[in-house]
Structure formats: C-alpha cells, structure tokens
Design a protein around this ligand. Sequence first.
Ligand SMILES: [Zn+2]
Ligand SMILES: [Zn+2]
Length: 284
Amino acid sequence: MSDDKPALASVHGAHSIDFCGHAEGDPLEDMVKEYIARGFSWFGITEHTPPVSDEFTSDEERALGLDVAAQYERFDRYMTTCRALQKKYADAVDLYVGFECESYTGAFAAAKQHREKYRPDYIVGSVHHVHDIMIDGPPEIYAQAAQKSGSIEALYCQYFDLQLDMIETLHPAVVGHFDLIRLRDPGDYKMRLKNPEILRHIRRNLERIRELDLILDFNLAALDKGADEPYVSAPILNIALELGIALVPGDDSHGVATVGRHFATGARILKERGFDTNWRRPVT
Ligand SMILES: [Zn+2]
Ligand SMILES: [Zn+2]
C-alpha cells in the first residue's frame, strides 16, 4: 500500500438494528467486524439519541412498540454495548463511542444529560428538524416546514440558524451532514446555495466551526440518495477549505452493506480539492 493512500476511517455511522429502528437489519457487532474486515484504522459509532417525548418517536420505533422509556433503556444498553465492543476489538481497530444528537425542542438539554451521564468519546451535532418538523423525511413533510418558514430560502436560513444554536450550545466535535437541508429541496439546491442570504448563513456557521476547531462530517450517504456529491456540497467545501476546516469521511452506515460506502469517492474528492487526508480524529 502506498504511503499517500488515505487510511480508511468514518467519523459518523454504525447505526445498527440493535439500537435504531430504521437501520438495515444488522447487529452492531457484525458491523464492527465489517469495519475491521475492510481494514478501517478507526471509526465512530454514533447512534441516534432517544426522543425527548412521544411526539418525536419515529414511525419505526412506534411500530416496534417502543415508548420513550423503552428507548432510553435501549440507549443505555447501546452505551454499555459500545464500550464492551471497544474493549473486545481494541487490538484490531480504534473504535470511538459517540452519539448523534438532535436539534428539536428539548434536544440540546437531553444531549447534555446524555453526555454527562455516559461520557461518550465525542458527539456528532446534527439538525434533522426545523420548527420541530422533520426535514429529511417525506417531501410533503419538508413542504410543511417550508410553508411554516414562508419560503424554501427562509427554511434554509432557519436550518442554519438552528445549526448555529446547536454548535454554540453543544460544541460537538463533529458537525453532521452540514447541508442536509438540501436533501428534500424540490428545486435545484445548487442554485439555492448561490442565494446570498443563504450563503451568508453558511459562511457564518463555517467561521464558527473553524473558531471552535470542529470537524465537518463529509457525509457519503448523500451519494446513495440520488445526489452527485456528498454533504457538504462543492461551494461549501470551497469555503471550508479557505477557512482551513478539517473534513473527514462519514459513511453514515445503517447496516453491514453500507459500512465504508463510497469511501474511495469521498477520499478522492477531498484529496483533489487539497484537503488533508491524514484524517483528524474526533478524539484527541
Ligand atoms: Zn439513522
Ligand atoms: Zn443524521
């Protein structure tokens, strides 16, 4: 193997059926073994946090008959299981134990409590809701969020405002899928990202990310969802490069089949752009 070949790594992923209702069906330990078999030098397990109330229980968890208390119990088991796996496979891989937090009403306080209680190695800060409405689900739900904002442009701006709140409140080591808001945009998101007001919000958040020295998740799941580029998209990548922000591939895996997805593509894009492919780790 040549020296300049980037090491295999993932800063965001390993959602498993043991602990996540919308995962693909594989137990966490099988996924850990897959990372090892594929030769990863390190990766993070960053499961979703339990909902703060029944309102935020997802359809999958509801179908499993899990109420909030049961999901808290499952999250507790998640943390214990991760630490056991970390120990069990310590000789084979550097496995980091984290979680992916939310940004709906009440989620920041919950994330702080989880952090206090479980002392994860790091957390991924994500925004999946604006006005407490899911923005990465069905298009008609996205439309509801946009309607509440008044326009799609305003929805983007409010998404980034919420993201900044999350960054300021939680200082997550990793900011997850920075421009997820583009996923369900019914128009051309690449045009949308040229909107000066949206760009101003993006730059503002990136500057803060730089000041706090956080990592941006180069989230490769987008490539499985019909996009031709990961989160973050090209114009955002340019600003991140200019500011000197660290980008690290995240496969956002939800099963064995998505472990390491599109890593080569992600690493190639970052290398071609001039990013450091000696990936920063979320834990120092
Ligand atoms: Zn998920
Ligand atoms: Zn996410």
